[in-house]
Design a protein around this ligand. Structure first.
Ligand code: G
Ligand code: G
Ligand code: NA
Ligand code: MN
Length: 244
């Protein structure tokens, strides 16, 4: 079965679900928020990774419907005790800036569920931003004016023009996990991480490191001033029912 065919039925068959991965303050261990990640268990193909199905959804109408589903699901989940008061990260892909459809969808959800905009964090990759700079800037500024937060995801891997850090409304940089992975053995990666933290803090942005798997990585990142850490060391992404 083709992924695209399966995906078009996934919504009505209720095969999509969300998992949540915590972001932790290294000094106190407090969970500040969670990143929502999509999961698809296909009847025919089993578990399919979003790395595979999101790009396919992006080629047609499906992405809009899936975004709508995700926003409703996140909003409902945010009322659960485990997520109360926590910030929830939502991933946006490049294609979404071309239609801009998500802006009105998110505004409607915030009104309908009476969400505090500050509790939503949009996670956007560098490459998605750079590819759609003008429209992305307009759409993100509109959301940030409401109080919604913005994070640059996978920071350091795109074609970073540092200028966009100045010109876009950004609250957080998420250091890509490729720089975290070899931090103990690779001096270049240590310097890159240190430099990103200094850069972010001098622009008054907060820094999150992702892909943290060992205590030694966490210790280094904390010592260098990372504000939040995320990774298997703390938790895999979990369904709502298993959080807490
Ligand atoms: O959670 P996992 O490692 O399986 O995710 C694989 C990739 O899919 C990651 O790059 C992640 O950001 C992306 N992804 C997961 N959920 C979503 C989603 O809801 N929307 C978008 N655009 N990307 C997602
Ligand atoms: O591109 P993005 O950063 O959104 O990717 C999120 C993906 O990273 C999720 O699919 C999640 O499963 C994966 N992930 C989360 N924590 C870790 C980790 O500590 N190590 C590795 N290798 N992957 C992780
Ligand atoms: Na992300
Ligand atoms: Mn990331």
């Amino acid at each position: 079965m083709k992924i695209k065919t399966g995906l078009s039925q996934a919504l009505e068959r209720q095969e999509l679900s969300l998992v949540y991965q915590p972001k932790v303050r290294p000094d106190t261990g407090e969970v500040t928020g969670y990143e929502a990640l999509m999961r698809w268990r296909s009847a025919e193909m089993g578990e399919v990774s979003p790395a595979e199905f999101i790009p396919i959804a992006e080629t047609g109408q499906l992405l809009g419907e899936m975004t709508e589903w995700l926003l409703h699901q996140v909003a409902q989940d945010m009322a659960a005790p485990a997520l109360q008061g926590k910030q929830i990260g939502i991933n946006l892909s490049a294609r979404q800036f071309q239609t801009g459809y998500w802006v009105d969808a998110l505004k409607t959800i915030i009104r309908q569920y009476r969400l505090r905009p500050e509790q939503i964090c949009l996670e956007v990759t560098e490459s998605a931003l750079v590819e759609n700079f003008q429209t992305a800037a307009i759409q993100l500024m509109e959301m940030q004016a409401l109080g919604v937060r913005v994070a640059i995801d996978d920071f350091g891997t795109g074609y970073s023009s540092l200028e966009y850090l100045k010109r876009l409304p950004i609250d957080y940089l998420k250091i890509d996990r490729s720089f975290v992975r070899d931090i103990e053995t690779d001096a270049d990666d240590r310097v890159i991480v240190e430099t990103i933290v200094v850069l972010a803090h001098s622009l008054e942005l907060q820094v999150i490191a992702e892909g943290v798997e060992t205590q030694a990585q966490a210790d280094f990142l904390q010592a260098r001033g990372c504000d939040e850490l995320q990774g298997y060391l703390y938790s895999r992404p979990l369904p709502l029912s298993e959080i807490g």
